[in-house]
Design a protein around this ligand. Structure first.
Ligand code: NI
Length: 254
């Protein structure tokens, strides 16, 4: 079975057919999904989906793009949400310097640090979103040596990936590794040992080739698994089994 470690089924793109898509996943070979929250409402929505579907787990957190309304009291809400038995991580959290209209970088860093501290307190792993903010993301990760996590949709260099592996972190890849111009992501995937790799769709975004440009869902994680197997020079079966076991170990899913 495949483990899609990052998919946003609480997103509005699934408004019309969410239950149809989710209930069809097991017969399409997908046995586990983690749905990360992006703010308080979406964290609650992710938990609600996790309550309805035995194979769905949730993470709770403020995405850097959505952190403008953050107030320190929100940490208490996140702490409460994280106590849910199906909350397996704090996420997605991090830094996004790509969009001009994103919240101020200083606020992003403040909210990232606050949530890293929360993860440390709760002894939960984190899911990190890092876009065009590699140096600052790595620096903040280093401030919390007791927190372990995953860099999702990894876009850093092979050298950065090796650095994170040394710190005990996981690296996760999306459909980006199937794109023609994906040399950087492919090099990073080559640099990461098998036991530190996870796969994800980041649905509804980032659909892999040949479905690029369409709404993504977890069924497409098989295409990412196949490409990663190719990059690592192993069989699809071995890649499926290893990424499944890596994900279960990382999120401590029984
Ligand atoms: Ni995401």
């Amino acid at each position: 079975m495949l483990f899609d470690t990052h998919a946003h089924y609480d997103a509005e793109q699934f408004e019309a057919d969410r239950d149809q898509v989710l209930s069809a996943l097991p017969e399409r070979g997908v046995g586990l999904v983690v749905d990360p929250g992006c703010d308080l409402p979406s964290s609650r929505a992710a938990l609600a989906l996790a309550e309805r579907y035995p194979f769905v787990y949730a993470a709770v957190g403020y995405h850097p793009e959505n952190c403008a309304p953050y107030v320190p009291a929100d940490l208490d809400v996140l702490r409460e949400l994280a106590s849910h038995p199906k909350a397996v991580a704090v996420g997605e959290i991090g830094l996004d310097y790509y969009w001009e209209e994103n919240p101020p970088r200083e606020l992003q860093r403040q909210v990232f640090r606050a949530q890293m501290a929360l993860a440390e307190e709760l002894d939960l792993p984190v899911i990190v979103h890092d876009r065009e903010a590699h140096a600052d993301s790595l620096a903040i990760v280093r401030e919390f040596p007791r927190v372990r996590g995953v860099f999702h949709c990894f876009s850093g260099s092979a050298e950065m990936a090796r650095e994170l592996v040394k710190l005990g972190w996981m690296i996760s890849f999306t459909g980006v590794i199937t794109y023609k111009n994906a040399r950087r992501a492919v090099e990073a995937a080559q640099a990461v040992p098998l036991e530190r790799l996870m796969i994800e769709t980041d649905s509804p975004y980032m659909a892999p080739v040949p479905r690029r440009g369409t709404r993504n869902d977890s069924g497409n994680v098989s295409l990412i698994c196949r490409r990663l197997a190719e990059i690592k020079g192993i069989s699809c079966e071995a890649c499926e089994r290893t990424t499944w076991e890596n994900g279960k170990r990382f999120f401590q899913i029984p």
